[in-house]
Design a protein around this ligand. Structure first.
Ligand code: PAJ
Length: 282
């Protein structure tokens, strides 16, 4: 496994692999790798000949400097996990490599970045879209693999790739969960014992909403009310948002119809956790 830190080296690698007729998969991450990230690596290996994992705690997507400072950095363990997972190249640049002095180009989505996490985290998706653009230009992948865990991010990336005609297939992978339903997340490390025990309420409430839709509920307000009440009943949870929206456009749907996504965010102590599940209303 190679570790490269400059865009030039990664582009040279990509050019050589492409010239040899090999397909490249990119798995963008911020490190602190867990089993969720590693399923993306597995998917990349299934779909390409070479897997590149980027590890970069992207400063521009953190709207809170304290959150950026506290974000777990575990490069040694991450490299070992990548090696074990069959990764070919880890791209681990320092910030000035991706944001050189004088950089002023940003990528911004006008609508998809506004609701849900965009409301609580202004500028977050601008940072995500900008860094993912840079990573695609650096790794020149045939496929880029993302988790459904960050549904709005996946939606933003798909839209951006279409809008900018990036020649890459975006693949979404199912959320990997703990046995009690909690979605794996680097931020779970912030949970105290009682908060950890309380945190699965987020997935339980989303699933309760999806079940209501599956059994015929078509009023989004009633689904929202049901989900919100479950979160409110957990004293250690503080609700950020709950929503039921069109899975692709993230727009409100009333009455509920078609492919839907139920998304939620809540704080448990220092950790702000997000999750989502799908539902279909026919
Ligand atoms: P990060 O939070 O490190 O996540 C990297 C990728 O792993 C994302 O595509 C995310 O959706 C996926 N992922 C996280 N937890 C998962 C789980 N439990 N199951 C399946 N996939 C999971 O998302 C980012 O980094 C950044 O915003 C990034 C795209 C790298 C841009 O900086």
């Amino acid at each position: 496994m190679q570790v490269v830190t400059t865009v030039r080296e990664l582009q040279d690698y990509a050019d050589a692999e492409r010239a040899a007729g090999r397909r490249i998969a990119l798995v963008p991450t911020m490190g602190a790798l867990h089993a969720g990230h590693l399923t993306l690596v597995d998917e990349g290996r299934r779909r390409a000949d070479r897997v590149v994992v980027s590890i970069f705690v992207n400063p521009t997507q953190f709207n809170d400097p304290k959150d950026l400072a506290a974000y777990p950095r575990t490069l040694e363990a991450d490299l070992a996990a990548c090696e074990k997972g069959g990764v070919d190249v880890v791209f681990a640049p320092e910030a000035p490599e991706l944001y050189p002095d004088g950089a002023q180009t940003i990528v911004e989505l006008t609508e998809l970045a506004k609701p849900l996490c965009g409301r609580t985290r202004p500028g977050h998706f601008r940072g995500v879209a900008t860094v993912v653009t840079k990573l695609l230009c650096a790794a020149k992948p045939h496929v880029a693999v993302f988790g459904e865990k960050d549904w709005q991010q996946l939606t933003v990336v798909r839209r951006m790739v279409d809008d900018l005609s990036f020649d890459v297939d975006v693949i979404g992978c199912e959320t990997v969960r703990e046995p009690d339903g909690l979605a794996l997340s680097s931020r779970n490390a912030y949970l105290g014992k009682a908060e950890r025990a309380a945190a699965p309420v987020l997935q339980r409430s989303l699933t309760a909403g999806a079940d209501a839709i599956a059994t015929g509920e078509r009023d989004p307000a009633r689904v929202l009310d049901l989900m919100t009440k479950l979160i409110d009943a957990e004293p250690l949870a503080s609700l950020d948002y709950m929503a039921v929206v069109d899975a692709k456009t993230l727009a409100a749907v009333d009455p509920l119809a078609g492919e839907l996504r139920l998304l939620g965010a809540a704080r448990f102590g220092k950790a702000r956790l997000i999750d989502n599940v799908g539902a279909t209303a026919r």
